[in-house]
Design a protein around this ligand. Structure first.
Ligand code: NAD
Ligand code: UD1
Length: 350
């Protein structure tokens, strides 16, 4: 198949490109490079032993276009020149805190961008799309594990709301025109990196999320971890989350792609998680073990908007997609650590 991957130079996008290319698919990436660098895609080419093309040669397996998803003309040209079979839509802004201060930017980029992408797909008679949603759409669930049938809502920030709005738009679109084939994938907490250590998550500034923060403490770039509360009603008082290795997450996309391929009309929603929750203390210990470095920490106030525990029911994805996450916390930490160390070395060489 030939896939259009929006946001394909980002963290999850690059790992997806590797897997798609390894499976023999052709990939056209569009990204405006607002939160990533072209170098990441060059590493994808290295890992997969492919040439990175600029679109001049349409038969290249991996092609990059620096394009914003809101640029209709560019999308039209891409859909005209490539025979795209399906779109995997990662492009979007994702920083929760920033979205509170810049709501219009988030809605314009994520919601308007997706609408334009869908309009141009329709114009090109292309109706298969996989959308990156988030488990945050469940708000503060009454019980765990979280099933896909749980209500959505109770959202506290524009980022998460932009994802829920897009989910609703896609549902309306499918109702109006059942020829669409759509998967909404609700990610739990993607972490880890490709085992080569060549690609991974590289947040700019001080990380907001736990795993990148811990790894920068292990590297000595940050002094200590601030644990946001140890008085939650969880097994050790710290927040519990469902961390999933990015390579497992990506394999969920390939399973979804196969599933859509067998259907004439479908809108399906799947959780992508492991079905296991880990606490902040457990994450600290696992990372200390993987890196051999101490992770100093202090316990501070709870973070506003945080919930106590959150993990996925994976039963539906296992049954329908035949997909199940394989990697454990140890591998997630080891792969993150390998990537962090190599990335530092590579940056020194630049
Ligand atoms: P990322 O920021 O690394 O990748 C997103 C990519 O999209 C970036 O390369 C960015 O430059 C590009 N982009 C943003 N706006 C664009 C636009 N208008 N046009 C073209 N390109 C644009 O993020 P990621 O972690 O790889 O996440 C991918 C998707 O998964 C996002 O939609 C995100 O909201 C969603 N998601 C991520 C997580 C997570 O923890 N990483 C969790 C849930 C959902
Ligand atoms: C956060 C986002 C969520 C997003 C997800 C992406 C918020 C409120 N939620 O969720 O919208 O989809 O990331 O993966 O930002 N923690 C610390 N110290 C830190 C960082 C985190 O103790 O410096 C704790 C948190 O309180 C939480 C756990 O670690 O219990 C995981 O935090 P994080 O990685 O930010 O993920 P989420 O809270 O699940």
């Amino acid at each position: 198949m030939k896939l259009l991957v929006t946001g394909g130079t980002g963290y999850i996008g690059t790992h997806t490109c590797v897997e798609l290319l390894d499976q023999g698919h052709q990939v056209v990436v569009i990204d405006n490079l607002s939160n990533s660098k072209l170098g990441a895609l060059e590493r994808v080419a290295t890992i997969t032993n492919k040439k990175l093309g600029d679109g001049q040669n349409l038969i290249d397996d991996l092609i990059f276009h620096r394009t914003d998803i809101r640029d209709r003309i560019a999308l039209q040209e891409i859909f005209q020149s490539h025979n795209i079979d399906a779109v995997i839509h990662f492009a979007g802004l994702k920083a929760v805190g920033e979205s509170v201060h810049k709501p219009l930017e988030y809605y314009a980029n994520n919601v308007t961008g997706t609408i334009i992408l869908l309009e141009e797909m329709a114009r090109a008679n292309l109706s298969t799309i996989i959308f990156s949603s988030t488990a945050t759409v469940y708000g503060d669930p009454e019980t765990v594990p979280i099933l896909e049938s749980f209500p959505t809502g109770g959202i506290t920030n524009p980022y998460a709301r932009s994802k829920l709005i897009i989910e609703e738009i896609l549902k309306d679109l499918h109702k109006a025109d059942p020829s669409w084939k759509i998967c909404l994938l609700r990610y739990f907490n993607p972490v880890g990196a490709h085992p080569s250590g060549l690609i991974g998550e590289d947040p700019s500034g001080i990380p907001n999320n736990l795993m990148p923060y811990i790894s920068q403490v292990a590297l000595g770039k940050l002094e200590k971890l601030k644990i946001f509360g140890n008085d939650y009603a969880t097994r050790d008082g710290t927040g519990v989350r469902d961390y999933i290795h990015v390579v497992d997450l990506v394999k969920g996309h390939l399973a979804a792609l196969d599933y859509l391929h067998t259907k004439k009309s479908i809108l399906s929603i799947f959780n992508l998680g492991t079905g296991r929750g880990s606490s902040v203390y457990e994450m600290v210990r696992a990372f200390e073990q993987a890196s051999g470095k101490p992770i100093p920490y202090e316990v501070v106030e709870r973070r506003v908007g945080d919930v106590a525990e959150y993990w996925a029911s994976t039963e539906y994805a296992e049954r329908v997609l035949g997909w199940k996450a394989q990697y454990n916390l140890q591998t997630m930490c080891e792969d993150t650590w390998r990537w962090q160390q190599k990335n530092i070395e590579n940056k020194k060489m630049l």
